[in-house]
Design a protein around this ligand. Sequence first.
Ligand code: BGC
Length: 269
Amino acid sequence: MQISLQNQVAVITGASSGIGSGIAKSLASAGATVIVNHSSERSADEAKAVLKEITDAGGKGITYQCDVSKEDQVIKMFQDVVSEFGTVDILINNAGIQKDSKFTEMTIDQWNAVIGVNLTGQFLCAREAIKEFLRRGIDPSRSIACGKIIHISSVHEIIPWAGHANYASSKGAIRMLMQTLAQEYGADKIRVNSICPGAIQTPINKDAWSTPDALNSLLTLIPYNRIGQPQDIGNLAAFLASDLADYITGTSIFVDGGMTTFESFSTGG
Ligand code: BGC
């Protein structure tokens, strides 16, 4: 049994670092042509470095700058990708940010920035992807399905998170977006799922792992007793995007070393 994404084109948002870069590498190694999206000029070099690793390993792809919270930019990205590669088969809705604050001090800018990227960005990209899937229709030389969307959510789609109300709200909403799209487009053979990562070692949560004290405290929340790596998410993304997962749609899969078993209850409650 082998995961193959041969002949397929995948857009991975927020792929210049962290989980997105891990997913781009996994999808490329399974044969997909990857669009390594990054949000701004500042992340261009990082995106190029991710792409270089992919092409050095024999993979194919391009980098593409687009702020997913901006409708005109998202529409243009999908138009450009379709005109260069013919279509899009897989969307990995990954781009996400945190702007943490105690709730009573949270500014409207912190709220809007997080909802804009994490939720509106996933809406815009999913809308453009689904339009393209429907335009192309099913092509069995590519996949049994008409298209695949994987939302990158979080354990915080179900774990409340004090000091992170904007982030947790965006992730809770992603669950309903994902399930609604799976319901609405199931008959069109479009599969829509979420991956919910726990603590993965990336720049977004550097404060939680970059000192021994912080890491030890983080590990008390993880029964499996290690921090996750982008590859842990990439492995599942490649499987979920492939025809091996053809009967999986409308679900959230947690990749969290057991974080959602609520470890603190092992000695309390
Ligand atoms: C957040 C990380 C956090 C992890 C577990 C993720 O969604 O982005 O900052 O470490 O959840 O709490």
